[in-house]
Design a protein around this ligand. Structure first.
Ligand SMILES: Nc1ncnc2c1ncn2[C@@H]1O[C@H](COP(=O)(O)OP(=O)(O)O)[C@@H](O)[C@H]1O
Ligand SMILES: [Mg+2]
Length: 252
């Protein structure tokens, strides 16, 4: 939790990163306060996943500062960043499809020592958030619906009690009713003081639940601010305009 006026939980300053010699992120800055939902939006290819991958240590930053919970995490190995409390649920759902739902949740705490009581509390919290995972605990993960698999991926991360959870397109491929469930779970997580950095193609929905939002275009952050202001601002529309001026899907 942050003291009023204190530093943000996550602070990114002038970050440059990419793949080999290809620079994708240029001068990206961003901050996330404890217990807040920040939506990160932009067209396909804008660099959203690259930003999450860089924050979680999967990609190396070429330059810039990344401070998380008072610690400089730029250049740390992914496991050290996870240990600091910054977790990343990647695009697509990387589960062990043949193993049970319960085993997949257990795998979320790989390398982590939990006392019996602590373990029980975490499982209770996960099952409270996603009762369906308790109902289906003995079934293979591969038999779950897409929405349930997304819940399972979040549940895995919850085993480590993250301070900040980064979700990359959690609604991808989900039926509308399941999108609602995933978004309402995100609100529950915020109520439990977990901060969320949410990458989402369903932009209007993401901005409805977010506190703050930032807009990426071509590897740059072109706007950030309160989600309701971003929702009605020009930057969002500009970011979703087609390359030839064709209206993006936000055009009404
Ligand atoms: N593994 C990779 N190697 C090289 N270029 C990549 C790789 N992954 C993504 N890119 C490029 O980086 C840019 C940003 O991609 P990405 O971060 O996936 O965008 P978004 O998540 O916003 O759709 C794109 O031009 C994409 O082609
Ligand atoms: Mg992406």
């Amino acid at each position: 939790m942050k003291a009023p006026g204190g530093p943000p939980l996550l602070s990114v300053r002038n970050l440059d990163a990419g793949y080999g010699h290809v620079r994708v992120l240029q001068n990206v800055s961003l901050s996330v306060d404890a217990g807040r939902i920040v939506a990160l939006v932009g067209r396909n290819g804008a660099g959203k996943s690259t930003l999450l991958r860089t924050l979680s240590g999967l990609n190396r930053a070429a330059s810039g500062e990344i401070t998380f919970d008072g610690q400089n995490i730029a250049g740390l190995r992914p496991h050290a960043i996870v240990a600091a409390g910054l977790l990343h649920v990647a695009e697509g759902r990387r589960l062990f499809r043949r193993q049970s739902v319960a085993d997949n949740i257990e795998l979320g705490r790989y390398g982590l020592r939990l006392g019996a009581e602590q373990h029980r509390q975490r499982m209770d919290r996960i099952h409270e958030l996603f009762p369906v995972l308790q109902e289906k605990k003995d079934l293979p993960a591969g038999g779950l619906s897409g929405g349930q698999q997304q819940m399972l991926a979040i549940a895995q991360a919850m085993m480590r009690e993250p301070k900040l959870l980064m979700l990359d397109e959690p609604s991808l491929g989900l039926a509308p009713v399941l999108v609602d469930q995933v978004l309402s779970a995100i609100l529950t997580l915020r109520a439990q003081r977990v901060a969320i950095l949410l990458v989402e193609q369903m932009v209007e929905r993401a901005l409805e639940i977010a506190d703050e939002a930032c807009v990426m275009q071509n590897g740059r952050m072109i706007a950030s601010g309160p989600a309701n202001e971003i929702a009605t601002g020009d930057a969002l529309r500009a970011a979703f305009m087609g390359d030839h001026g064709a209206p993006g899907h936000l055009q009404s």
